[in-house]
Design a protein around this ligand. Structure first.
Ligand SMILES: CC(C)(COP(=O)(O)OP(=O)(O)OC[C@H]1O[C@@H](n2cnc3c(N)ncnc32)[C@H](O)[C@@H]1OP(=O)(O)O)[C@@H](O)C(=O)NCCC(=O)NCCS
Length: 288
């Protein structure tokens, strides 16, 4: 598939073909994904892959031109991220989800990504497994308000923090997500400096696309300090924490946070060697 376009024949439908290709101007992909169950916030989440040359929004389109599904991809060099896969209920169980998934992997592989990563719902998991993904560990979204007052040594992010953010993000993810930072007009969020002054112990970074900040820290105490600092957020906080960062969930529960949902980290290709013990708020550098 050279252009991100492929065709699925299936004989049992009147409209016998669904094409997968990059979305065109005016096509109602956000509405389609909302009806597919991804919620009203999905329109915002499409912003990065739609507007970045390192991203793409793919759609599944019937022969009559109707959009029946969609998915997003972002490319970070050796790795890529996939998300927001959805198919309209009436078009399900005809292989459209699998076709979108395979097209997404091919789109990333054409650019040189060795590993594609995603967080799967229960509905998505089997589709991804058929396309060759393997399960890693679950992550849980929590919602609540941290106890105050915020730690005094937490400060606002500054434009000069860019390299330190990338270094800490790389230590946690083993990915280079600089393409995301390059698209941010400003670094909005909080920082905690290391005691020796050599970089950041933790950061919380807001993006225009996500539902909450990305929170990364060099260790448990710094991560919890940063989560406590987010008491300054105007709304209750939503953070998604990997289950394999095990010390965090009991603290969030003690603070009165409630689990909202879970998703399973899956990968296609070799493991990237990430460090979940540094991850306190996932997704929001890209999908929220
Ligand atoms: C997850 C989702 C995208 C799957 O879309 P889909 O188009 O139904 O996916 P597929 O058709 O490729 O596969 C779904 C099932 O249909 C089956 N199927 C595929 N083609 C078929 C055919 N021609 N005849 C009968 N069954 C078929 C598959 O084997 C699969 O069955 P299984 O789940 O029991 O293994 C869709 O259910 C959805 O939008 N869910 C809500 C949003 C969501 O959770 N998205 C995932 C985000 S991680």
């Amino acid at each position: 598939m050279a252009t991100g376009s492929s065709v699925l024949p299936f004989a049992r439908r009147r409209d016998p073909r669904v094409e997968v290709r990059p979305v065109r101007s005016g096509e109602p992909v956000a509405r389609t994904l909302e009806v597919a169950g991804l919620g009203p916030q999905v329109a915002g989440l499409l912003g990065y892959p739609r507007d970045s040359r390192d991203g793409v929004v793919l759609v599944g389109v019937t022969g009559r031109g109707g959009v029946v599904g969609g998915a997003c991809r972002a490319w970070f060099g050796a790795t890529g991220c996939m998300g927001a896969l959805g198919v309209l209920p009436r078009a399900r169980r005809h292989g459209v989800g699998e076709l979108l998934t395979r097209a997404s992997v091919e789109w990333l592989e054409e650019r040189g990504a060795q590993t594609s990563l995603l967080y799967a719902t229960d509905m998505g998991r089997r589709v991804y497994e058929r396309a060759g993904f393997v399960a890693e560990a679950p992550a849980r979204a929590w919602r609540g308000t941290p106890p105050g007052p915020p730690p005094e040594d937490v400060r606002r992010l500054h434009p000069s923090d860019r390299e330190a953010i990338l270094a800490l993000d790389r230590a946690a993810t083993n990915e280079d997500r600089s393409a995301i930072l390059d698209r941010l007009p400003a670094l909005l969020g909080l920082a905690l400096d290391r005691a020796d002054g050599a970089g950041l112990a933790a950061f919380a970074l807001n993006t225009p696309w996500g539902a909450g900040p990305a929170v990364v820290a060099e260790g448990h105490d710094a991560g919890l300090a940063m989560l406590r600092a987010l008491v300054t957020e105007p709304q209750p906080l939503t953070v998604t924490v990997p289950d394999d960062n095990p010390g965090v969930a009991p603290v969030l529960a003690q603070w009165g946070f409630r689990p909202v949902n879970t998703a399973l980290r899956m990968r296609y290709g070799p493991a990237v060697g990430h460090d979940p013990s540094k991850m306190f708020g996932l997704f929001n550098l890209f999908f929220g």
